[in-house]
Design a protein around this ligand. Structure first.
Ligand code: HEC
Length: 154
């Protein structure tokens, strides 16, 4: 079985599980923080790799970009349900505004997911310029939300 086929199967399973994942409960605020940051961390790894291709730090490889973008698009659905009420811990950089301005936070998350879907589509074209445009649009949505809803590093 090829890697990309296995990956596609895995992602398909993840997507099928999403409605269930979205109902996951977290016993402790620490678990919610770890979960959402785990999703962000893995997403970020694949996001950086596409970034490196765009900057020419590593060679452009359509298959790698395509699988990275698919992972970003799937994982981008996960962090949000783990922003359970008042789950701010020592390790969390979440700002209280997330819960005070729920609609704005949700809109920022939705905006990102709109762009990651476009990124996944662009990665399939094999056109580096299109990938770059979609990547920059996605990056902008990450930044916008972080600027508003994430505390600066201590
Ligand atoms: C709607 C808001 C929002 C969007 C969009 C968003 N993030 Fe975040 N992100 C956050 C918040 C809030 C935190 C801090 C969560 C915490 O510490 O409790 C965070 C944390 C992170 C972290 C830190 C994880 C760790 O290990 O501590 C990374 C990396 C990250 N985001 C990457 C991204 C990338 C890449 C994108 C875009 C593809 C993105 N984020 C989009 C809100 C967002």
């Amino acid at each position: 079985m090829s890697f990309s086929f296995k990956l596609a199967t895995l992602l398909y399973s993840v997507c099928m599980l999403l409605p269930a994942a979205a109902q996951a409960q977290f016993a402790r605020a620490e678990d919610a923080v770890e979960y959402r940051n785990g999703a962000f961390f893995v997403m970020d790894y694949h996001y950086d790799r596409i970034g490196d291709m765009i900057k020419g730090k590593i060679p452009y490889d359509k298959a790698v970009a395509e699988s990275d973008a698919a992972i970003i698009d799937a994982l981008g659905k996960l962090p949000w349900h783990a922003f359970t009420p008042n789950s701010i811990t020592e390790n969390s950089r979440a700002k209280e505004e997330i819960w005070q301005q729920k609609d704005k936070f949700k809109a920022a998350a939705d905006k990102m997911q709109g762009e990651t879907t476009k990124l996944a589509a662009a990665s399939k074209t094999g056109d580096l310029a299109k990938l770059k445009t979609a990547f920059l649009a996605t990056a902008q949505t990450c930044k916008e939300c972080h600027d508003t809803f994430r505390k600066k590093k201590k």
